[in-house]
Design a protein around this ligand. Structure first.
Ligand code: CO
Length: 213
């Protein structure tokens, strides 16, 4: 397929998909249009190879999605905070999953020194994670192993950054069920690794981050 006609093909693909769905269930879209009650919020990387719903076999209506470069949870990012607030307080999701991926360009950029542009300032948050774990990361000789480990550490930090938000802590204070998880997707295998960083209360947070309500 010619590259310049690819975007036109997308509209045709959409028509085909609509027909497919309607063949299975004539009321499919009418039902979806009534509202959503997804049990999961997904915070993933913007990378085109990590499409949230597709890799976990989720249907429309099942996953609330937020994606940015390197699946970051930046506590002053109004976009992320708004998605999180709506997911937790309006949709009442029970799980928030931060899903990173091996081979992440954003994480790789944070390990290097080249300036790429404005994105340098976003990547700086990932550099802060490197600095926090510098001793462990610098001790890994193999570059790929260090990169993979950094991807995992970054996901874990983002899970704890979620736990530090007033939104998540307020939900726990109200005894609302809310579990945070960290996953990493393998681009070359399609397999998701559960990092088993499961956070369901503020007990794992440094005292300075624990909020009283
Ligand atoms: Co990425």
């Amino acid at each position: 397929m010619q590259k310049d006609s690819f975007y036109k093909q997308l509209i045709d693909n959409n028509k085909g998909w609509v027909e497919e769905q309607l063949a299975k269930d004539p009321e499919y879209f009418e039902k979806l249009a009534k509202g959503q009650q997804p049990p999961v919020l997904w915070i993933g990387c913007a990378d085109s190879r990590v499409p949230a719903n597709q890799i976990i076999g989720a249907q429309p209506g099942e996953v609330f999605v937020h994606r940015n470069i390197a699946n970051m949870v930046i506590h002053s990012d109004m976009n992320m905070l708004s998605v999180l607030d709506y997911a937790v307080n309006a949709l009442k999701v029970k799980h928030v999953i931060v899903c990173g991926h091996y081979g992440c360009g954003g994480v790789q950029a944070a390990m290097k020194n080249s300036s790429i542009g404005i994105i340098d300032n976003w990547v700086r948050h990932i550099k802060d994670v490197y600095r926090l774990h510098k001793d462990r990361l610098d001790a890994i000789q193999d570059e790929k192993e260090r990169f993979d480990t950094f991807v995992e550490i970054n996901v874990k930090e983002q899970v704890f950054d979620l736990a530090k938000t007033s939104i998540v802590q307020a939900a726990w204070h109200k005894e609302q069920e809310l579990h945070l998880h960290g996953w990493v997707y393998g681009l070359d295998s399609g397999i998701i690794k559960d990092l088993e960083v499961n956070v369901s209360n503020d007990s794992q947070l440094d005292h300075v981050y624990q909020l009283n309500f």
